[in-house]
Design a protein around this ligand. Sequence first.
Ligand code: ZN
Ligand code: ZN
Ligand code: ZN
Length: 442
Amino acid sequence: MLPAPIPSYATRHPGGCLLPALLRGRVDHIDGATGELLHRYTTVHEPGGLLPIACKTRRASRCPACAEVYRADTYQLIRAGLTGGNGIPATVATHPCVFTTLTAPSFGAVHTHRENNGNVLACRPRRNGGTCPHGRRLSCGDKHSRDDARLGEPLCPECYDYTGAVLFNAHAAVLWRRFTITLRRTLARQAGLTNKAFAAQVRVSYAKVAEYQRRGVVHFHAIIRLDGPTGPTTTPPTWATPALLTAAIHQAARAVTVKMPAAPGLPSRTLTWGRELDTRPITTTGDLTDAKVAAYVAKYATKAAECTGTLDRRVSSSERLASLPVRDHARRHIAECFRLGKLPELEHLRLTAWAHMLGFGSHFSPKSRAYSVTLGSLRADRAIYQRDNAKAAGLLPDLDTDTALVVADWKVAGRADPLPLALLNTASTLPKTGGTPCPDCC
Ligand SMILES: [Zn+2]
Ligand SMILES: [Zn+2]
Ligand SMILES: [Zn+2]
């Protein structure tokens, strides 16, 4: 049997991207003084007359190649904020810095994997656990492996508080914002300073990532660092210690709430973080090193809610929920998002739009402004490097950028179909510049 034909764009794939956008157009380099056309690039010469551009998604479930670039950039960004590099001084490693995990509260008993010294323990052993009002047992003596499909599933779906879970996801970013404000105020109080005096001496910098637990709620892993007043280039005062920071984090996490007023069919409720709160100092040696933390955060920056068994795309309200290829626990979250999304009082949460994310619609890995370099600056550095290499290889004209005008005309011609991984890594056939002028375009 003949092999399947390779799509034309595969002959010049943008870094192995599975879902490249396809562009049609040209770029002219014109002498600013004389108006002379110095160089023209056109997609006419590309396979199919189209130039594929990488999708640049962060989601590994959509495009592993682009997500890997995002992961590597995030790793560099996080690591620079811990040990310096990419313009951040190495002295940042001496600043008080901890890794903290803020979790969601319980919304009902779920199947869990438990371990003690490498031995798997029973899920929820209760000799007289009894049954719930729906007749389901409130105990589970099974020893669930890490890949058990039941992990995160409620013992009784009817008892599980899906409303609370969805509302927590929808407000997790607000809780985080209030936590950071309260943390600064708590630190100021502990130091015996006014908020203004504290800000003149200390800056709280952070980078965090959202991770879905199997039960369908997000929790946050955060690197929190104390700097001098202008960020990582300035030294914090000697009273700013990891112990002070840890105590303030725990105090602030316990104090913050989001109060939700009542709505028709929805009693008022107060949202808080869960009781599980873990804060540990980040060091250059030992259990929690800067490299481990950077790798952990970078890994989760490329994930979404897929571990909860939901969909990796938006769900339209016209779709039949019963026929969605999701596990029942996720389906119930999605149904609750649709139900709550119809309440005018909750319109601002956009729960219908974020139903596939079980209500969470915020950025997955935001950072405070002074934490480190930005993803944008890392991408800009890479673009300059690639452009210089292309010029050296004769693939781009080496023109005087001070005098040459660049006139671009692009049109999006669609998006390529997902490309099987086996067809990737085909050698580039990019024509070199300076060849025979093409009568069609030059
Ligand atoms: Zn891609
Ligand atoms: Zn169980
Ligand atoms: Zn029940």
